[in-house]
Design a protein around this ligand. Structure first.
Ligand code: NAD
Length: 329
């Protein structure tokens, strides 16, 4: 980093936080991004870099220290017993290698990863009592989310009843497939309404509706990938996904348990190529330490789990951002 004084850093940090908070508000609360993700990521990484160089400037309210996103006050709030966190991200294979080295150093030996697609949607928590869906909620600020139970009842791949009468919580991604997204935007365009910027925003804008009947008209789907409190005997992430599938959840079948970086890099190359032909959007690849006991040992920072990382794809050129969109229906 070019030499910079504390005073200069302080000013730059303040300006970056102000800008990032504004963009995060538009993205998370209004589901209407003002800039492309890579523009946001560049500023975010610059803030991280300055906070690393000048740790005395780190404050708990900095966007680097909290899960982005606020709760729309019109929704009923749901306190998450276990926080719904964000995820660390990297943008190159070299950085993935560093992540793996860090994990090996912490654990003391090489580990296998469950390698999954990073679905471009929004996190959703589903709670079941005796096998019946009782609550669905968004991530919100990580500790408190929005109650979207009525909306989730209209998403056809979310089981209302599990194949076993379990009291449990799972989490995953709510997304809108590419075809549904194109159809919705076409309809909106035909009706003279503003179109959604991308499938992620269409999914968020369709799920976060006070009137669940609006959600009913939107074609939303889910991929479930986290079992918050897996029963005894489930010891790996790969196994957890298979068992959640048996319970009735829609899970993504592309996940693979891989032990070497070469295999992981091949997986990345494979999906960088296949990405456009998938029926849903992905914005990267996620590596998760497969052994759930090791995950527990590694734990979390205030913002992200230490045992997982996202490799983000370079931005897609055709992505366009529509500004100043009115999201009410
Ligand atoms: P994130 O979306 O980058 O990653 C974490 C999320 O990934 C999880 O919460 C989960 O919902 C999702 N996910 C998808 N597939 C998954 C899988 N297989 N396993 C686990 N999780 C999976 O993190 P974030 O904190 O929500 O947002 C940060 C990102 O949002 C930034 O990198 C930025 O690109 C974007 N952002 C953009 C703007 C903007 O203005 N364009 C503003 C704020 C944030």
């Amino acid at each position: 980093m070019a030499e910079i004084t504390l005073d200069e850093a302080q000013k730059e940090v303040a300006a970056l936080r102000k800008q990032l908070d504004e963009w995060a508000e538009a993205y998370y609360s209004k589901d209407a991004p003002e800039v492309e993700d890579n523009v946001y990521d560049q500023k975010y990484n610059r803030l991280l870099e300055l906070e690393k160089e000048f740790p005395q400037l780190v404050t708990s309210d900095s966007i680097t220290q909290r899960v982005g996103g606020e709760i729309d006050s019109d929704f009923t709030k749901v306190a998450h017993q276990i926080p719904m966190l964000s995820m660390g991200d990297v943008f190159s294979k070299d950085e993935l290698k560093e992540f793996d080295q860090r994990i090996q150093k912490l654990v003391g030996h090489p580990v296998a990863y469950n390698v999954e697609l990073k679905i471009d949607g929004l996190s959703l928590s589903l709670e079941y009592e005796n096998g019946k869906l009782v609550r669905a909620s968004t991530r919100g600020n990580g500790n408190v989310g929005e109650d979207v139970t009525a909306n989730a009842r209209y998403i056809s791949d979310i089981p209302q009843t599990l194949s076993e009468p379990l009291t449990t919580e799972v989490r995953g991604e709510c997304y809108m497939g590419k075809e549904a997204f194109a159809k919705l935007n076409q309809e909106r365009d035909d009706n003279g309404q503003d179109v959604f910027a991308n499938p992620r925003n269409a999914a968020a804008g369709s799920l976060r509706q006070l009137d669940a009947k609006v959600t009913k008209k939107r074609d939303l789907s889910t991929f479930i990938y986290t079992w918050v409190n897996p029963p005894e005997g489930i010891t790996s992430q790969h196994q957890a996904i298979e068992e959640m599938h048996k319970l009735g959840f829609h899970t993504n079948e592309t996940g693979r348990k891989l032990s070497s970086l070469d295999e992981i890099f091949d997986f990345i190359d494979e999906y960088t190529e296949k990405r456009d032909s998938l029926t849903y959007g992905i914005d990267g690849i996620v590596l998760k330490v497969d052994d759930l006991n090791i995950e527990q040992e590694l734990g979390n920072t205030v913002k992200v789990p230490r045992w997982e990382i996202a490799y983000k794809f370079p931005p897609e050129e055709q992505e366009t951002i529509v500004r100043d969109i009115e999201w009410t229906v």
